[in-house]
Design a binder for this molecule. Structure first.
Ligand SMILES: [Zn+2]
Length: 239
């Protein structure tokens, strides 16, 4: 991987974010590798004793993100605050984070009840994982027991058929219309029935009973927000 002036992509944005965190001034995190970003890379390389060429290759990337990627917590009994997410769930931008933190939220024992969601479960990020041998989705290891408890409750209460589609969990991105990381970046959030519960949709169709199953298990439901995101459930509080 090589990032240099003139490039424009998601990795550039990650790098700009990180440079800003570390006190360098790459300009706004817009994903565009311009002169300001180049200057910040040069300064960083100089500081770290790397080859000072303004091009971010694997050595520079490693120096930027090299830190212990694993949070020490083994289990969470309650959802942390949003501002604690990096501490609790780790830094998803660090090499090795995925391997150490993403696990299968295996719901094979609930397949009979939830099997109708199956096609949806094969979409997006989860394609990277083999779904021929198990049923479920990929999420953060600390959130997995909580997701499992919710789906067990949904099936137990006979609500499974009120859900139609699974629309994603792990997805590194910014929140819509906000300059902060979406909780999907840590794989602690899930979207369900997205076509009927669009972001900002006031008359959403999410089942209140399903939402209650999530809330009883500590999840925060986007359906309660001023600008509703009724498809969305996350295992962390708002601030
Ligand atoms: Zn969401």
């Amino acid at each position: 991987m090589l990032l240099k002036k003139g490039m424009q992509n998601q990795k550039v944005r990650l790098m700009q974010e990180r440079l800003t965190e570390l006190g360098y001034k790459p300009g706004p995190a817009d994903g565009i590798f311009g002169p300001k970003t180049e200057n910040a890379v040069l300064a960083f390389q100089d500081q770290k004793g790397l080859a000072v060429d303004g091009v971010a290759g694997s050595e520079t990337w490693k120096a930027l993100f090299d830190q212990p990627p694993t949070p020490t917590v083994a289990k969470l009994d309650a959802p942390p605050a949003y501002k604690q997410c990096f501490d609790m769930f780790g830094d998803f931008r660090v090499a090795g984070w995925r391997e150490q933190n993403l696990v299968r939220c295996d719901l094979s024992d609930l397949k009979e009840g939830l099997g109708h969601l199956y096609l949806g479960w094969l979409s997006g990020e989860d394609k990277a994982f083999d779904h021929k041998t198990w049923f479920g989705f990929v999420c953060h290891r600390l959130a997995a027991p909580h997701f499992q408890a919710v789906f067990r409750l949904i099936v137990k209460r006979g609500l499974a058929r009120q859900l139609k589609t699974y629309d994603g969990c792990y997805n590194v991105r910014y929140m819509r219309g906000a300059g902060q990381w979406s909780t999907h970046s840590w794989a602690i959030s899930i979207d369900l029935d997205a076509p009927w519960n669009r972001f900002g949709q006031e008359n959403f169709a999410m089942s209140q009973e399903v939402a209650r199953c999530f809330e009883e298990n500590g999840f925060v439901w986007g359906g309660r927000w001023n600008r509703p995101d009724a498809m969305h459930f996350q295992y962390c509080t708002l601030r």
